[in-house]
Ligand binder design. Structure first.
Ligand SMILES: Cc1ncc(COP(=O)(O)O)c(C=O)c1O
Length: 432
């Protein structure tokens, strides 16, 4: 996934290739929304690294938090917890509804989702978990079976038994060829009919991103997530929301679920909690935690409850509040959105612009009527952007053939947004 700017064998002679083209730019420094390569060339980062660096690369508060951890403790025996972990668990509980009050801290998004799925299975005493087509939840064993974007389960043997998917609420490209531009969530009814037909009577949970990101920035229509939660409740399933990319400001609120009128049974957060440092968390209710504990739940990893990333996460949450980044994401998101819509009016190949706050998707088409995806020009323009100093991410997996995911750090300046839009405009002209 992501930008394929060509593979330079001298860059990666001793690296295992992991599925995305490695850029020949060797990045030696990153600050805010800017990267510098080995030749001192500036690159504007419109993807916040791998969608993580929401408070900007190397924010001084993150650096200070890392120093603080160095003065205290970096890593501990998993049965010990330090003040940062206790403080972070308390801080998250204070930001969330009362039913989300218990956290476990791990290292990555995939791990956080594994913990959530394992808790859901233990608590429910069932094993089936359903996801959305196009959803991305990680490459770890269990999550690869629930990631229906890309080729996660092609060539790797059988998926974990009891994993299923339903069609996503893609208003621009209806997966069940039922509606156009206005999803009435018939896809959800059809999807659950399929689930009921296939289930062995052991439905434990449903996992979804509130807004699918890797799947092409799919924003559900109003009422979709409450309807999904009701369908889960009817079947005794828990709802897991994966907010790896959408929590902590990117959508203009602390959590995306707040905007969609639904509270999950288990919430996972990761990328945007660490601002570029690896941390993941699963958060649930006292009742589910108690049920799991009583049934002997085990989820020990080498870095569970590590002090260093918790210290960094606390700094990220401080900066989110002090720099009023939720409001800033809304403000900069509007500026970006307006600029993208201007480009859409100018360039026939932009079929759709969608998203919330500073997570915007731009879908490229060969023809606005047929909506045939234009992956070829998407790739060429992405490369033309990079040649002009703008790093963009193009999703071209599964049914999603050509969507830019634009998600600069929330600290991005108006001038940087405008520069990015100018480069994009110029790059589109050069290819069209
Ligand atoms: C929504 C979502 N969940 C989970 C993951 C997996 O996170 P990680 O790569 O940290 O395991 C990703 C990664 O892109 C993601 O976008």
């Amino acid at each position: 996934m992501g930008q394929d700017t060509g593979y330079d064998p001298t860059v990666a002679r001793h690296l295992i290739r992991y599925g995305m083209g490695l850029s020949p730019h060797v990045i030696v420094k990153a600050r805010g929304a800017t990267l510098w390569d080995q030749h001192g060339r500036e690159i504007l980062d419109f993807t916040s690294g791998q969608m993580c660096a929401t408070i900007g690369h190397n924010h001084p508060r993150i650096v200070a938090a890392m120093h603080k951890a160095c003065e205290g403790a970096l890593h501990l025996y998993s049965g010990f917890v330090g003040p940062a972990v206790l403080g972070l668990a308390e801080r998250l509980a204070s930001m969330l509804p009362p039913q989300l009050s218990k956290s476990i801290f791990l290292s990555t998004g995939g791990e956080a989702n594994e913990a959530a799925a394992r808790m859901a299975r233990v608590a429910a005493g069932r094993y089936e978990i359903v996801g959305l087509n196009g959803g991305w939840h990680g490459v770890t064993g269990g999550m690869a079976g629930l990631t229906f974007a890309g080729r996660q389960h092609v060539d790797y043997g059988p998926r974990k038994p009891g994993t299923m998917s339903i069609p996503p609420p893609n208003c621009f490209r209806c997966p069940i060829r039922h509606c156009r531009d206005a999803c009435d969530s018939t896809c959800l009814d059809v999807g659950f009919d399929m689930v009921d037909a296939q289930s062995s009577g052991s439905l434990a949970a449903f996992i979804a991103e509130p807004v699918q990101s890797s799947g092409g920035v799919i924003v559900p229509p109003e009422g979709y997530l409450p309807k999904l939660k009701a369908k889960c409740q009817e079947r005794g399933m828990l709802l897991i929301l994966d907010e790896a990319q959408t929590a902590f400001g990117r959508m203009g609120s602390n959590f995306a679920f707040e905007q969609f009128g639904v509270v999950p049974d288990i919430l996972t957060v990761s990328k945007t909690l660490g601002g570029g440092v690896a941390i993941g968390a699963a958060i649930t209710s006292e009742a589910i935690e108690q049920e799991c504990h009583d049934k002997g739940f085990v989820h020990v990893t080498s870095h569970v409850s590590d002090p260093l990333p918790a210290e960094v996460a606390l700094a990220v949450l401080d900066v989110l509040e002090e720099e009023k980044l939720n409001a800033r994401a809304n403000e900069m998101g509007l500026r970006l959105r307006h600029g993208l819509e201007t480009l859409q009016a100018r360039h026939e190949l932009i079929g759709d612009v969608r998203g919330h706050g500073l997570l915007q998707g731009v879908e490229l088409v060969k023809d606005r009527e047929t909506r045939e995806p234009d992956a070829e020009r998407g790739r060429a323009i992405t490369e033309a952007c990079m040649a002009r100093g703008l790093s963009m991410n193009i999703v071209s997996v599964g049914g999603m053939a050509a969507v830019w995911r634009i998600a600069p750090p929330l600290t991005v300046t108006p001038a940087e947004i405008d520069r990015g839009l100018e480069i994009l405009d110029d790059a589109i002209r050069s290819v069209s």
